[in-house]
Design a protein around this ligand. Structure first.
Ligand code: PLP
Length: 434
């Protein structure tokens, strides 16, 4: 089919083209990027936005970080693709070394590279099943693990991620997870997990559990330390592998390379993606060397997995994540974000909860602090109002009533002052006259 060329490059024209050509199933906001740097995006109409979403946690090191751009350009000029199973290259090994260095614990650990977070989850499940010769996987309420068949089956939010797209992958069991703001305590959740192992599946049939240390899509719900440790202990008791899904919370977002290391637990396997690539698509699985070596040669992999250009970007991004000075800065950045959100909460009744870990933070908005009725429509209004005022926001949470802050961690004080002022003003207006 001939493609019409020469459409006018402005938001209205592109939006019309988008509606004509791009599947309606892909959710989009009406913003078209022209160029971006740091925490700011300029659109095709020349409007500047402050970006509080950061590619949903993929841009911790900002838009177009110079060192990543240079590494990408240099690598693209040498070769762009090989397919690692056909011709190997040093970049793959160097990227795996750094990803393995992010895996907390004594080791020895190994890793392999993939393309997306969901693919990392798929592969972690395959490794766990193969290595244990068991089938069942236990996941948790509020969990999000991607959009592939296994990823969506493990995910706990039917709309928009699952509805109408079954049947789901089999041998998946779901246990409660703590959600302190909504009254689900660590004790409740641990009791629920134990009950799954009694009432639904025998522990000897469970290959692994998968858990995000801070639940991202579920509303930035940080798992209490006692829950993570309790689940880990139960897993160890029954030979069940612990998979930490670090796709959103890992790679320095909470200050440390992995989020689970805040809780002193070394997972058997971990999944990584998003900010690992400094803006380029790449993901991976790390874990105990005996597990990573269990699958027969050729059992895992894929055409573009560990693409050389993505590896070049990931090496630069992970060198930063592993740098103690960066970790210090990340911690200070997280403290600053939390202070700003706490200040907003102190001025607005609608903010029921401020939560998260490090710089992975969100506010949960409610119609009433006593009833905690979720304010999902208001969140939609805040996102729209903020966009009109030059701030990109995105909701999250099981009830769609949380606003996440995943602003690139290179944001300046000016970016933050301006961005939080717009957030607060939009919040006030969305709830005005209730
Ligand atoms: C915790 C977690 N796991 C897995 C995924 C899936 O990653 P991707 O969108 O790269 O497939 C996501 C994406 O948001 C995520 O937050």
């Amino acid at each position: 089919m001939a493609i019409d060329q020469g459409i006018g490059i402005n938001t209205a024209a592109l939006q019309a083209e988008r509606e004509r050509w791009v599947s309606a199933s892909v959710y989009t906001q009406p913003i078209f990027a022209d160029h971006a740097h740091g925490a700011r995006i300029t659109d095709v109409d020349g409007r500047e936005f402050i970006d509080f979403v950061g590619g949903i946690g993929s841009l911790n090191c900002g838009h177009t970080p110079e060192a990543v751009v240079t590494a990408v350009q240099e690598q693209a000029a040498r070769y762009m693709h090989q397919m690692y199973s056909v011709v190997q290259y040093e970049g793959y090994i160097e990227a795996v070394k750094r990803m393995v260095a992010c895996h907390p614990g004594e080791g020895p650990f190994k890793g392999l590279l993939l393309n997306s977070g969901a693919e990392a989850v798929e592969n972690a499940v395959k490794i766990a099943r193969y290595a244990t010769n068991r089938d069942a996987i236990i996941c948790f309420d509020q969990g999000f693990h991607g959009r592939t068949l296994m990823g969506m089956s493990l995910t706990s939010k039917p709309m928009p991620y699952k509805k109408g797209m079954g049947p789901y992958a089999t041998e998946i069991y779901r246990a409660p997870a703590p959600y302190l703001y909504r009254g689900i305590t660590t004790d409740d959740a641990l009791a629920g997990f134990r009950k799954v192992l009694k009432s639904q599946i025998d522990p000897s049939q469970v290959a692994a559990i998968i858990l995000e240390p801070v639940q991202g899509e579920g509303g930035f719900v940080p798992m209490p330390a006692e829950f993570i440790r309790g689940v880990h202990e139960i897993c160890q008791e029954h030979g069940i592998l612990y998979i930490s899904d670090e796709v959103q919370a890992g790679m320095g977002r909470t200050g440390t390379p992995s989020a689970i290391e805040h809780f002193g637990v070394s997972p058997d396997l971990a999944t990584w993606a998003k900010s690992m690539g400094g803006g380029m698509p790449i993901s991976g699985v790390t874990g105990r060397a005996d597990l990573l070596d269990a699958v027969h040669p050729g059992g895992l992999g894929g055409t573009f997995c560990g693409n050389p250009v993505s590896c070049a970007a990931a090496i630069v991004a992970m060198d930063q994540v592993l740098d103690p000075a960066y970790q210090e800065q990340a911690k200070a950045f997280g403290d600053d974000l939390r202070a700003r959100l706490d200040a907003i909460a102190s001025r607005h009744e609608a903010v029921g909860d401020v939560r998260g870990l490090g710089a992975m933070l969100a506010i949960e908005l409610v119609k009433d602090r006593d009833t905690k009725e979720p304010a999902a429509e208001e969140v939609g209004r805040i996102v729209t109002l903020a966009r009109e005022r030059g701030l990109i926001l995105m909701g999250s949470g099981l009830y769609g009533n949380a606003i996440r802050v995943l602003v690139p961690m290179v944001a300046t004080q000016e970016d933050l002052d301006e961005g939080f002022a717009i957030l607060e003003e939009s919040l006030a207006d969305a709830f005005a006259g209730r």
